[in-house]
Design a protein around this ligand. Sequence first.
Ligand code: FMN
Length: 262
Amino acid sequence: MTPADFLRSLWKILAGRPQVPPALAGNPLVKTIMNRRSVRQFKPQPIPEDVFSVILEAGRLAPSTVNLQTWSFAIFTAETWKTAFGSAIPFRAQKAVIVLGDTHRNRAVMETFPHSPLVEYTVAVTNASLAAMNMNMAAEALGVSSVMLSETGRSGLLDAGYLVEKLCLPSGVFPIMTIVFGYPSQAYPPMPPKLPLNQITFTDRYRETDPVILQDWMDQMQAGYKASHLFSSFEAQLQVYRSKIHKAEEDLKRMVFYGPED
Ligand SMILES: Cc1cc2nc3c(=O)[nH]c(=O)nc-3n(C[C@H](O)[C@H](O)[C@H](O)COP(=O)(O)O)c2cc1C
């Protein structure tokens, strides 16, 4: 990418805004949703227990398939995380929740997913992800920032096999992501490049995204990453994921198709 292309891409990122009709932009919930950002820099300021309890309650009350509530949340403070994982919570956040899909619990009272491991896994992931988003939004509404993580060194989706042992997870419990929470230490970063609505929607038949717009988005992704990580690159970050994906794939296959108790 030439320096001119790099600057052009950065400019496009900085010019990006949520598209909301002015008459609706003042709605507090709409504002919270539109202004949310993944935050990776936190102050050493504790989150009051009542505030954190509301965040967890938002997870508990999330919608789920047939109200099955196929989730569990492993909850950590900075101290308990250090004891469990031997390091600070990623980005020195104050609290962490490992969100797990959980179809194990209900097996005690019903047979919900006979011989359908992919459906079972998908339902667990879908519902637990909705609970995660509910927690994320409740946090935002209360001034607490967060980021969802699948690659945290030891506690994300890509470390599913490790977490099974670490957290003694039974068959039917799948690590999905870790959410870390805290008060932001800086102003929110700019909105990362989001594809235009008319490129991600269709009405009758699936429509391929315009390749020029897709390439432009990719250029912005690379430029944005470079601007915030001078000594790395988007490609290098993808490489971190790729280096862990094969092992994670094998671990997940084992968990989804042949749980430890099967
Ligand atoms: C399931 C999930 C996993 C994610 N994993 C990571 C991660 O491992 N590391 C990270 O820095 N950000 C992670 N993110 C945050 C994304 O990078 C972020 O959502 C994306 O860049 C868009 O930015 P925004 O959330 O500010 O809109 C994850 C987000 C989701 C939803």
